[in-house]
Write a protein that binds this ligand. Structure first.
Ligand code: GDP
Length: 296
């Protein structure tokens, strides 16, 4: 994960660390390389500029340049800024509602939404000791409803039986009664995705949000799409109250641009990383650990 960035940063820092003393030119050169590395990782220009502007006055301080291990101090400053860019460590999940607690997942088709619904269900069952019901609201793609049902069956997670032709709003209401009957404490609603954001999609998820009143709205975004993932999150945030991002396919993402741009661009924290296709491949997002990983 994020290997390209890690390799570049390793190169930049190893030469800075070797130097017994640093002058402004060397630091400036280092900053230019960091800027380049971030842009190549598909971090957006605004995020990159802001990052360098924050780091620059700190690393240019005389106490750094004159210190005995200036390279280490530069690494520490970059690390702190990376942690702050990645967002606060907010792993709490809001269960503060009369059960069945409703939560919804939104995102573009193919982002990994359905898989993530099942991963989250397993996570909540295991870590919060709650009984979960999963509900597909993707009435446009019967295959998607069937995919969720099958994931539920394979992993022993309750799903709402499918009634063909039922509209999302009616499915939502049926889900609440079924959860009450079955003793499910949390309902995870997997909403329909489209290949691109459109008005109909946005008005539908807005309507669903107003019916179910979710405590959490997770935006599922594909890490491999880089900056686009952050822009998608921003658009969803303008329509529904997105409370957290699940960044999928982080396992295959050598660059890391989405992870680094997400919080800055969308103002929503990343809460989980999808790190594989299996149901257990969901990691809680810890900015400090990711920054450590990036810095090697
Ligand atoms: P949806 O259309 O958004 O519901 O997407 P799906 O859940 O059907 O996922 C699309 C594909 O991405 C499937 O083949 C999943 O197995 C795969 N996928 C989902 N999340 C991850 C992940 O974190 N890592 C990897 N490598 N594959 C994933």
């Amino acid at each position: 994960m994020f290997e390209n960035l890690t390799n570049k940063f390793e190169e930049i820092f190893s030469s800075l660390k070797k130097a017994a003393s640093l002058d402004e030119n060397q630091v400036d050169e280092g900053l230019r390389s960091i800027r380049q590395a971030l842009l190549e990782a598909d971090v957006s220009l605004d995020v990159t500029k802001d990052f360098i502007e924050k780091v620059k006055p700190k690393v240019m301080g005389q106490e750094i340049i004159r210190s005995t291990s200036p390279g280490d101090m530069v690494v520490k400053i970059v690390y702190d800024e990376l942690v702050s860019l990645l967002g606060e460590s907010n792993t709490d999940i809001n269960l503060n509602a009369v059960p069945p607690v409703p939560m919804m997942l939104v995102g573009l088709q193919g982002s990994g939404k359905t898989t993530t619904t099942a991963k989250l269900a397993k996570y909540l069952e295991k870590n919060k000791k709650k009984k979960i019901m999963m509900v597909s609201l993707d009435v446009y793609r019967p295959a998607a409803q069937e995919q969720l049902r099958s994931l539920g069956e394979q992993n022993d997670i309750l799903t709402l039986p499918i009634i063909e032709g039922q509209l999302p709003a009616d499915i939502c209401r049926r889900a609440v009664s079924a959860a009450n009957l079955n003793g499910a404490e949390i309902i995870l609603f997997d909403t329909a995705g489209r290949t691109q954001i459109d008005l109909q999609m946005m008005s539908e998820i807005k309507q669903i949000e107003s019916i179910i009143k979710p405590t959490e709205v997770f935006l599922v975004a594909d890490s491999l799409t880089g900056q686009v993932a952050a822009e998608v999150a921003k658009e969803f945030k303008n329509t529904v109250n997105v409370t957290g991002i699940v960044l999928t396919r982080a396992d295959g993402d050598a660059r890391g641009g989405a992870a680094l741009s997400m919080k800055y661009v969308s103002q929503v924290p990343i809460k989980f990383l999808g790190v594989g296709e299996k149901i257990e491949n969901l990691e809680v997002f810890h900015p400090d650990r990711i920054a450590n990983r990036i810095l090697g």
